[in-house]
Write a protein that binds this ligand. Structure first.
Ligand code: AMP
Length: 431
């Protein structure tokens, strides 16, 4: 049957078991981030358009071309958030957290929206996990946030990832760098497309995002941000590198890393996975010491990162925790009610066991077929084969007040009084 309605281009449904992997990764994030003192926040998907124009930057591709912006019924310009930091900063100022005790540690996860050309690993609705640390100007902020990030990635099974690192300096050093970059690139501008010529005039740092081979070639011998750092940013950067080495966090210097958003100051970083082809950045982050003030709050240094959850999970080696599973098969519709009661007993005695009742009472044959299909798919569904059972409640069992438990891995089955179900089931589990 051809479906009448389809998901909007660039969006996708997360269904089990994939959705369960997302939930499991978010649970790991919650456990690890809260163990570092980061509190979970949930800010709205809709924000005033102005918030992103001001923070991310008018001339960035993100704001210029990729936002889902519309006028609401009262003509207010709203945008479906393309990233989380601006909303968190807005909330921290509006709700007084930015004027409260420091450091302030927050994290969140949720969908983001960007009107990009969909391709492998790139969607128009995608999910991010973010963490933000406010109120710490020194390089120890980088040390904490990157230690936490690496702890999270390791918990997801990553081993050989390396952090790409650069510093874009202060607003002044960025401006000096931008000028030098413009001067360097100008002679080649005739070979650039219109969009890149606009960037060259308005915000030359954005050219590092260009995919055009002519721009890439011209950038090869371009000046580097590190050559334009003021003394204090240079010392900060050296100290960040020292602290990362001391923490055993592998990193490599990447002079071409400037990141796609305008609010970054000093440290910028990304983590790249070789498995993702061209769309290889699984996360990015950096320091944004001017943003809180720019958005009307106090002068408050800050640093954060955003992990692309869709990309992360397409390469993360972790698998969700495995569970046992039992399918309770009432033979006749009148046995269903009793099966529901038995299922409750089972869930109580065997925690971590998923117990499903065949509410449609389709009979043993169909029920066993479903149980066996699930058994075949155990791997992708994170089910533990040794703890998978079919529990039969038929006319014979009804007459005898008994129950039959079949272990799917061996086909062994045993019939015993229903009153012993919970107890025997525990024993079956051990075997
Ligand atoms: P950014 O906010 O642009 O620094 O992006 C942070 C991370 O979000 C990137 O490293 C990607 O992993 C992810 N990301 C950004 N855009 C998309 C997209 N359109 N689809 C999927 N993931 C994305």
């Amino acid at each position: 049957m051809t479906p009448r309605y389809r998901a909007v281009k660039g969006t996708r449904d997360l269904l089990p078991p994939e959705s369960e992997r997302f939930a499991a990764a978010e649970t790991i994030a919650r456990e690890i981030f809260s163990s570092y003192g980061y509190g979970e926040t949930r800010t709205p998907i809709l924000e005033a358009t102005e918030l992103f124009a001001r923070s991310v930057g008018e001339t960035t591709d993100l704001v210029h071309k990729e936002m889902y912006t519309f006028a609401d019924r009262k003509g207010r310009s709203l945008t479906m958030r393309p990233e989380n930091t601006a909303g968190i900063v807005r909330a921290a100022i509006e709700r007084g957290l930015a004027a409260g005790p420091m450091p302030l540690r927050l994290w969140c996860h949720g969908p983001q929206f960007r009107y990009e050309r969909p391709q492998a690993g790139r969607y128009r609705e995608f999910r991010q996990i973010d963490a933000e640390l406010f109120g710490v100007a020194g390089p120890v902020a980088e040390a904490e946030i990157l230690r936490m990030l690496v702890a999270f990635l390791r918990a997801l099974g990553f081993r050989a990832l390396s952090v790409s690192l650069n510093s874009v300096g202060t607003a002044e050093s960025r401006a000096a760098f931008g000028q030098a970059l413009r001067k360097h690139l100008k002679p080649n501008a005739v070979s650039f497309g219109e969009d890149d010529r606009r960037k060259l005039a308005e915000n030359p740092l954005r050219l590092f995002e260009s995919k055009d081979p002519a721009v890439r070639k011209a950038l090869q011998a371009a000046p580097q941000t590190l050559d334009f750092l003021d003394d204090s940013s240079r010392r900060h950067h050296e100290e960040v590198r020292r602290l990362l080495s001391a923490a055993g966090i592998p990193y490599r210097d990447d002079p071409a890393l400037v990141r796609g958003l305008d609010y970054y100051t000093r440290t910028v970083f990304e983590v790249v996975s070789g498995d993702l082809g061209a769309q290889d950045a699984i996360l990015g982050g950096g320091r944004y010491d001017n943003l809180v003030e720019l958005l009307g709050g106090p002068a408050l240094p800050a640093i954060g990162f955003a992990i692309g959850e869709d990309r992360l999970l397409s390469v993360a080696p972790f698998s969700s925790a495995v569970r046992g599973w039992a399918l309770l098969l009432p033979q006749e519709p009148e046995d269903v009610d009793e099966a529901l009661g038995l299922a409750e007993d089972l869930r109580r005695t065997a925690p971590g066991l998923t117990v499903e009742v065949d509410l449609l009472a389709r009979g043993f044959k169909k029920g066993m077929a479903r149980a066996n299909t699930l058994f075949e798919e155990a791997g992708e569904r994170s089910l533990e084969r040794e703890r998978m059972f079919a529990v039969l409640l038929g006319s014979r069992e009804r007459e005898q007040g008994a129950i039959t438990v079949k272990k799917l891995a061996t086909g062994e089955q045993e019939t015993f009084p229903r009153s012993e179900l919970a107890e025997r089931f525990g024993a079956a589990r051990e075997r």
